[in-house]
Write a protein that binds this ligand. Structure first.
Ligand code: FAS
Ligand code: PHB
Length: 390
């Protein structure tokens, strides 16, 4: 088989790029190792920057997002028994975010691929990129009956943090930067009315908590937990009681609890691989970078990689102009690192660190007090949260 762009990974990054390229007549194939249901079964992000929402519309996959997604013009920071609102719209001259689950977004992308007859191959086992540093790279995978080879002009590694693409790059051609946090997030999904119409990020001495949502009947809650915890340590009752302890009393009293329909613990890490290119293979999304979810940057950092790659491929195939491909890594990393900084800053601001001393704690308290007392400081938070320009 021959294609112009071979994409490893059928998550949001791979599917969005595939859809955008196909709409411009650029032939591509997506190789996904799992089934579609398995991919859709993962509960992950919930907040989309306006830039990501725009890309979904450009990919003709934004209709359900615009119908079911919620425009959020602000969120709350809870601390010391009270809460302050961050007025995203007012602080950014009118920008906002869309609250819409990654599961639904990925479903929309799969449906968009299907409508166009896009080539998304599931259960692609043992996918391997070959000859990336040559002008004739290719992919191989096992389809249950034998090995299939796909010759490409370019390979995109959109296979997430644990994928094969980044790991296929010679160690002396890639640099990795990492920070692992000494805690994780226990997330719960419940068919309950959200406690607040807007998100609440709660800083508490017992640990961080987040009240989010997927719709007015589907709530998403998180609490910071030690890395040693497992889901079995957290019955629904124990979870709800702990969440209430970490929220201001006037919020906790309104919390509607119910059975969890999904419960999982995600470790928190910051990670960047540089450069995001090796020969004719380009890395995009979690394959190249990971952030703690505190700043809701993970999925949104993937969006700007896709945006840059999409335009670079268009310039190459349309005008024979390779400047976009040549500058992709540098351009993508400039925005990736700003997302890293923001996610690290929000995580440091709002979580309890087991090894912090009294001085650290006073400094953290001062950080929150300064932030909420300064319109300029809140404007800086807001411009990062709604999304810096691509
Ligand atoms: P993904 O990991 O989503 O997709 C990669 C795809 O490649 C997967 O479908 C995988 O099956 C496939 N793949 C892997 N190896 C392969 C191989 N060898 N061959 C073929 N296919 C292969 N972000 C937020 O903004 N907010 C959040 O709250 C949030 N919560 C998260 C919770 C968890 C547990 C995780 C892991 C991530 C979370 N994220 C969150 C970040 C997440 O949303 C990512 O940013 C987003 O999934 C990135 O999309 P992709 O780059 O497509 O990577
Ligand atoms: C979510 O709804 O899953 C969510 C929202 C905001 C975040 C992280 C996760 O910062």
């Amino acid at each position: 088989m021959k294609t112009q762009v071979g994409i490893i990974g059928g998550g949001p990054s791979g599917l969005l790029l595939s859809q955008l390229l196909d709409l411009q007549g650029i032939d591509n194939v997506v190789l996904e190792k799992h089934t579609r249901d398995y991919v859709l079964g993962r509960i992950r992000a919930g907040v989309l920057e306006h830039g990501f929402a725009g890309l979904m519309r450009e990919a003709r996959c934004g209709k359900r997002m615009d119908t079911m997604g919620e425009i959020h013009e602000g969120f709350y920071i809870a601390h010391d028994g009270t809460r302050d609102r961050i007025d995203l719209k007012g602080l950014t001259g009118g920008n906002s975010v869309v609250v819409y689950g990654q599961t639904e977004l990925t479903r929309d992308l799969y449906e968009g691929r299907e409508k166009m007859g896009g080539k998304v191959i599931h259960n692609a086992n043992d996918v391997k990129p070959h000859d990336m540093a040559t002008r004739a790279p290719y992919l191989t995978y096992h389809n249950g009956t034998g090995t299939v080879r796909i010759d490409c002009d370019y390979i995109i590694g959109a296979d997430g943090f644990h994928g094969i693409s980044r790991k296929s790059i010679p160690r002396d051609k890639i640099r990795e930067y990492e920070r692992v946090y000494p805690f994780g997030w226990l997330g719960v999904l419940s068919n309950t009315k959200p406690v607040s119409p807007e998100l609440i990020y709660a800083k508490h001495e017992r640990g961080f908590a987040l009240c989010s949502l997927r719709s007015q009947t589907l709530s998403r809650y998180y609490i910071q937990v030690p890395l040693t915890d497992t889901v079995d340590d957290w019955s629904d009752d124990v979870f709800w009681a702990e969440l209430k302890r970490r929220l201001p009393k006037d919020v906790a009293k309104d919390l509607i609890t119910g059975p969890s329909i999904e419960k999982s613990i995600a470790p928190l890490r910051s990670f960047v691989a540089e450069p995001m290119r090796y020969g004719n293979m380009f890395l995009a999304g979690d394959a190249a970078h990971i952030v703690p979810p505190t700043g809701a940057r993970g999925l949104n950092s993937a969006a700007s990689d896709v945006y840059y790659l999409y335009h670079a491929m268009l310039d190459h195939y349309r005008n024979g102009d390779d400047s976009g491909l040549e500058t992709y890594s540098e351009k993508a990393l400039a925005r990736v690192w700003k997302g890293q900084r923001f996610s690290w800053w929000m995580t440091t601001l709002l979580h309890s660190f087991p090894d912090s001393n009294p001085y650290d704690n006073r400094l953290q308290q001062t950080d929150i007090e300064y932030l909420l007392s300064s319109e300029k400081a809140m404007a800086s938070l807001a411009e990062n949260y709604v999304g810096l320009p691509f």
